[in-house]
Design a protein around this ligand. Structure first.
Ligand SMILES: [Zn+2]
Ligand SMILES: [Zn+2]
Length: 301
């Protein structure tokens, strides 16, 4: 249930200035406005399942795109039924639609690569909920080597050589001298990852696919004392969310989707922290950055 402090679920993910909207609960566009995000930058939306608290904001957003004169195609990855809903929307509200909407139906039998470009990949994976539901894993691809500025200034390789150096080649200078690649580059950044575990019952089987994930969002609808309710409704307790983070070796856990029965989330957070210390109970508008680390330590000069 929405409360005066919490809107239903929606996450906005920025991967090197590509923006992805993950779920779109009621009021998402209002929150995007409140947090000063120009939503025309969204070209891809991921919907985990057909429950209103993850979906009711979609049609308002589609309509605002139209009012803003959107031209870019919009891609929606979600349950196949969304295609029907979009057709209904277009029939009654989108008669002068200025942009195309393409729906990509999810599968529920196994992990699947559902989107990739030159820098990242997005996978869907099945969750255990009352209706077919998927989580999403966003992963950067391994980056090229980073150039050492002072070495580049000193040896001045041309553009063509720079491309080769970034891929690991040594530099052969015009007099035949070879400059080893290690002298010219830093190890690349470690690819970062973010997993979104929308509504789900406790499922330790997730840990295999999500091993070493940097940032894990896992729903935490109930307190440990209400785990029977969690099991009955296809949700998790904060302790179960923390257990998933622990067995995944995640770097950080974000907890959300709290039942409105709890006046404060402090108790749920403490329970989670007793299992996985780097846990955070999220509030609307919170921003989390996944820090970059090198794939190997840089030796001191
Ligand atoms: Zn649900
Ligand atoms: Zn939900």
């Amino acid at each position: 249930m929405p409360t005066s402090k919490r809107f239903p679920t929606a996450h906005l993910l920025n991967v090197n200035e590509r923006f992805f909207l993950i779920d779109c609960g009621e009021g998402t566009q209002i929150q995007l406005r409140r947090f000063k995000f120009g939503f025309a930058k969204i070209n891809r939306i991921f919907i985990s399942h057909i429950h209103g608290d993850h979906l009711f904001g979609l049609f308002g957003l589609l309509s605002s795109f139209q009012l803003l004169g959107r031209k870019n195609e919009l891609h929606i990855h979600g349950p196949g039924e969304i295609r029907e809903m979009v057709l209904f929307y277009e029939r009654y509200f989108g008669t002068e639609q200025s942009y195309r909407i393409k729906v990509h139906p999810l599968g529920y039998t196994r992990e699947m690569l559902i989107f990739e470009d030159e820098r990242m990949e997005v996978f869907s994976f099945p969750l255990k909920h009352r209706v077919p539901t998927c989580g999403f894993l966003f992963k950067e691809k391994t980056a090229e080597l980073n150039l050492k500025k002072e070495a580049i200034d000193r040896f001045k390789p041309g553009i063509e050589n720079i491309h080769k150096i970034k891929k690991g080649d040594d530099l052969v200078q015009s007099d035949g001298t070879i400059i080893a690649n290690e002298q010219l580059t830093l190890p690349p950044w470690k690819p970062r990852s973010y997993a979104y575990c929308s509504d789900t019952a406790f499922d330790p089987g997730l840990s295999e696919f999500l091993q070493e994930v940097d940032l894990l969002y896992h729903e935490s609808t109930f307190s440990k004392d209400d785990e029977d309710l969690a099991a009955k409704t296809g949700h998790s307790s904060s302790v179960q969310a923390a257990e998933i983070a622990r067995i995944c070796n995640a770097r950080k856990l974000l907890l959300g989707h709290f039942s409105s029965r709890y006046k404060s989330t402090d108790g749920l957070l403490l329970e989670a922290q007793s299992i996985f210390s780097n846990s955070v109970a999220v509030n609307d508008g919170d921003v989390f950055e996944v820090e970059r680390t090198r794939t190997e330590n840089i030796p001191e000069e």
